[in-house]
Design a protein around this ligand. Sequence first.
Ligand code: GCB
Length: 626
Amino acid sequence: MISCILKHRQNNLLSWHRSVATLCCALALPLIAQAPMKTLLVGVDHRSAMSLNGDWHYLIDQPPARGLYTLDGKVRDNGYGMNSHPNITSGPHNEEYDFKTAPTMKIPGDWNSQDPTLFHYEGVVWFQRDFEVQPKTGSRTFLHIGAANYQSYVWVNQKRICDHEGGFTPFDCEVTSVLKPGTNFVVVAVDSTRHEDQIPGIGIDWYNYGGIHRDVSLVTLPSSFIDDYDVHLKHEATFAAESSNTLTGYVHVEGAAPGTAVTVKVVEAGVTTTAKTDANGRAEFEVAAKRLALWSPETPKLYKVELAVGQDELTDDIGFRDIRVKGTEIMLNGKGIFLKGANVHAEAPYRGGRVNTDADVKAIFAFLKDLNANFARLCHYPHDERMEREADREGVMIWSEIPIWQRIAYDKPEVYKKASYMLTEMIRRDRNKASVILWSVSNETPNEPTRTKFLTDLANEARKFDSTRPITSALLGPHAKNNQMVQDDPLTRALDVIGQNEYVGWYDGKPEDADTMVWTMPDKPILFSEFGAEAKYGVHGGKADRWAEEQQVNVYEHQFNMISKIPQVRGIVPWVLMDFRSSVRNIPKLQDGYNRKGLFSEKGEKKMAFYLLQNKYKQHALGKTH
Ligand code: GCB
């Protein structure tokens, strides 16, 4: 059962998290076991739910975070999670915290961009809010958290209800048995401390924004309900547009007796079918539709898909299309495509902080559209679901990635388990999005056998879980030997599409070295998934002047020269759409805490390289299908 692969850690498994030793330095942490999560609600943004967004009280639990962790590294069950109040005026003094009088911040929101004293803070912050509810008998209620970075511990009405690890994927905690009529409260402790056995590991080139940075809601469902579904165009051995009208997939119903009837309707496509749940609550279906208008960037058609079982129903907007690799081609609906892309971090344009509003998403898509891009690599972790929704509507193809970035502890089985559930959480949330055409298992990982086995296994898992999409990864290397670049990383064997990152002209050699570089690449579709140079908006100079916009343009021009000679190239993805915050970019006056390889500044100002690319994309001047 799919939900079994997801994680819900039991209280007694938490002792791993911190020992006194790990407070001072990042050491390997003890092995943890992953118990299955009960549920993870798919399509929750298409359900009616009670939003818990808004003002939450917060308290900082400065390292060593004695509010959350005991001396021996266990999570305190009866600490701040109890939301007790100190006897201020009478009675023996009891508590050293009080949420009632604590300041508030906006949830969703990272703490770094909301409280200046927390700008550089990585550690534990506690959040609390009250909410009113009238529980309905015969229903089940879940607290849904879109994402919280990195480790979350959740209490409702003094009961520890769930924990979650991973900063960029959603989770649901069942609260049915702890809710009471009237005022209830929720307390969440979020720990953004980096450790070696996490994903990502300790080193990252982005900002480690902490907190509950995506939507929070309370979702009440009938006792038996749809928690997961997959509705897609049947992925046949070969694609033929004229006969491509079969929809297939499954609906998973939590709490369903075997043989429960599930209805799948797509009225516009003439589809109404009923499937029966099996012993695991899974109802598989396959049904002929009328001739479908297939989703593509030119026609991003979405159909209303209505799912119903017993008392539960859910309507999603889903596009149908075929994506596959054929030789060195990437084929969308049977036609070779060239991806005109940009890398996108989840950094909110203009206001800064993590992307989590409709306005943030609109701003990013306005940049992409202005650029004439048809593709975005959402790096280096799953983004807010709004991004994929907008991509579905706007016809922008998406690369979605889990946060395996460079070095993680590839040798640890428990880290593999984490990678596997993050992958599952990502695929489960977004498998119904037509815009998502590639799952990426990693970025720039060291070419060594332990990592190759780890990522090959992961790629195979992804393929097994979703056999309809190609799998990719962004590779780094090779290094040039007499202008020869031979990409022979054994991980390429496990991939359907190869992402190639390289920084000739910035980290490596001179821009013009690219002109004579000869690449030997596997016979698979290649995306140049990162290349570029830093430039500070408004700094001008000669072609060779670092930080000048002219120099960034020069690097791009030589890159285009090189890339256009490689026959397998099916897309280019410059690094990066917009300047983004990174704690490792500390050159004053130039970087000031930002990675400056953006085509836009963080304020939305266009650098010269933007116009170069905009024009090339408009004229389809950078690559072709064969
Ligand atoms: C890379 C990484 C990316 C960095 C970028 C850079 O290779 O994949 O995360 O931000 O280079 O700017 O150095």
